[in-house]
Design a protein around this ligand. Structure first.
Ligand code: G1P
Length: 289
């Protein structure tokens, strides 16, 4: 396999306003909300790193500089922790700021997910790349972005992560219709972003992880605003499908969308129950309610 076929770059859109989490997200980006003991964006970056990604571009909006600070070296903090002999914490902080090469780009106007991805065109260049939504944590036996990267290596085609949801909630998502190729693997025939409730073509939806080839940018540039008057990534993908095959991978795992209040609480509890240090006490407390 030559190097250019391996996915090393990832784009993490994190420029959205977080309206469903207000007032928590008034001064704090939703990607910085804490799940158990670290911000959402750190889970996303860690999945990328475990998937073999070495270069990340995070798309932020004005006022979200704290995302950059979270991943930057902080010499004062390191010195302080060293002086106080807090070596475990020091090690964790150093690890966090040396995970991989992380750059930032601004999307100044919130014109949709498709427009946010367009901000990554220069960073991506001629390489295939992954996209990980910055407000979505995926729990799966193997890092999901890595699985999509393997699919890409086999097919040399764009591939999106899919999950099955109830038909009554599919209108909230980008919906995928396709022909089954093999176990958990589908070739797309139709894609619709947030279809009307009375016309849901499939229960398979996009789950916030994608691998694209750089030709997606040409389609993104020619995509007019769609649902919610936003430039939709799904619309550009449908345009791309007129030129090349696009695949869907129905993954084995759970998607935690921390962009709404109830799921945010549920995610904290579910991941808290997986945390070695607190799981027993948390379980006992939940049982006592
Ligand atoms: C976005 C995508 C949609 C996808 C969803 C997954 O929508 O546009 O296709 O299914 O993320 O979380 P949003 O949740 O930003 O409205």
């Amino acid at each position: 396999m030559s190097m250019q076929h391996v996915i090393k770059k990832a784009v993490i859109p994190a420029a959205g306003i977080g309206t469903r989490m207000l007032p928590a997200t008034k001064a704090q980006p939703k990607e910085m909300l804490v799940i158990v003991d670290k911000p959402v964006i750190q889970y996303v970056v860690e999945e990328a790193v475990l998937s073999g990604i070495t270069d990340i571009l995070i798309i932020i909006s004005d006022g979200k500089e704290v995302l950059r600070e979270h991943f930057s070296k902080d010499q004062l903090l390191e010195d302080l922790l060293r002086r106080k002999g807090k070596m475990a914490e020091l090690e964790e902080i150093i690890k966090l700021t040396t995970l991989c090469n992380i750059q930032f780009e601004y999307q100044h106007e919130q014109k949709g997910l498709g427009d946010a991805i367009l901000c990554a065109e220069k960073f991506v260049g001629n390489d295939p790349f992954a996209v990980l939504l910055g407000d979505t944590i995926i729990e799966s036996p193997q890092p999901l972005t890595g699985l999509l990267a393997r699919d890409y290596e086999k097919t040399q085609s764009p591939v999106v992560a899919l999950q099955q949801v109830g038909l009554s909630i599919a209108h909230r998502y980008g919906v995928f219709v396709g022909d089954k190729i093999s176990d958990r693997f589908y070739k797309a025939t139709q894609l619709v972003e947030k279809p009307p409730k009375d016309n849901i073509p499939s229960n398979m939806v996009f789950s916030g992880r994608y691998v694209f080839t750089p030709d997606i940018f040409r389609h993104l540039r020619n995509t007019a605003p769609g649902v919610n008057d936003e430039i939709q990534l799904t619309d550009a993908m449908r345009s791309l499908m007129t030129e090349r095959d696009l695949y869907g991978h129905l993954f084995d795992g759970v998607r935690h969308d921390v962009g709404n209040k109830l799921d945010f609480i549920k995610t904290n509890v579910l991941l808290g129950l997986k945390n070695e240090e607190m799981k027993n006490q948390l379980k006992a407390w939940l049982g006592s309610l």
